[in-house]
Design a protein around this ligand. Structure first.
Ligand SMILES: [Zn+2]
Length: 166
C-alpha cells in the first residue's frame, strides 16, 4: 500500500517507516515521525481491520506538519484513502456511513471522507490530490474549495445535503 500511495501522492515521502505493536497501548493506532503504533489489544479483537494500516501510513505520506489546515480534513483524507485504496474494507465491515442531517463536513474521518468522495463524483474529479499537495506545501486556505470547485465548503455541503448519492 505504501509504495502505491507514495507514487500517487508524495514521491518525497519517507523511504523507511517503523511499525510498533504495543501491548500497553489502549488506542487503535497513531502515527508520528515515521512511526506507526498499533494496539495489540485492538488488532487481536478486530484482526480483519487491516486497513487501519492504510489510514495510518497515509498520515506519513501526508506529512502536513503543524498549521497546514484543519485536522478534520487530514483525518477525512486518510479515511478517503482507506475507502479508495483499502485492501479489505468489506472484510472489516468498514464502510462510509450514509448521510444524516445531523452531520457536518468537519465531523472528520468517514463523514468527511464520504463528502470528499461525493465532491469528486459530482463536482470535481481528483481534487483531493491537489488539496493534499496544498496542505503539504502550506498553501491551503478556505479559498481552496472555491478555487477547485467554484463553491465554498458550506455551499458544497448544502449541495451534498440535497443529493447525497455517491
Ligand atoms: Zn488518522
Amino acid at each position: 500500500m505504501y509504495p502505491k500511495l507514495e507514487k500517487e501522492y508524495n514521491s518525497k515521502t519517507l523511504k523507511e517507516v517503523t511499525f510498533v505493536i504495543d501491548t500497553a497501548y489502549n488506542g487503535v493506532a497513531e502515527t508520528g515521525d515515521g512511526k506507526v503504533t498499533f494496539s495489540s489489544k485492538y488488532m487481536t479483537k478486530y484482526p480483519g481491520d487491516i486497513d487501519v494500516v492504510t489510514h495510518e501510513v497515509m498520515h506519513i505520506i501526508q506529512n502536513y506538519g503543524n498549521g497546514a489546515g484543519p485536522g478534520w480534513l487530514t483525518e477525512g483524507t486518510a479515511d478517503y484513502i482507506r475507502f479508495k485504496f483499502g485492501v479489505d474494507n468489506k472484510g472489516a465491515g468498514w464502510k462510509l456511513p450514509y448521510f444524516k442531517p445531523s452531520q457536518n463536513y468537519d465531523n472528520a474521518y468517514r463523514i468527511t471522507a464520504r463528502f470528499l468522495v461525493w465532491i469528486e463524483k459530482n463536482i470535481k474529479p481528483d481534487f483531493v490530490k491537489s488539496f493534499d499537495a496544498q496542505l503539504r506545501s502550506h498553501t491551503f486556505t478556505d479559498e481552496s474549495w472555491k478555487n477547485a470547485t467554484g463553491k465554498t465548503v458550506d455551499e458544497l455541503w448544502a449541495a451534498y445535503s440535497a443529493n447525497t448519492q455517491i
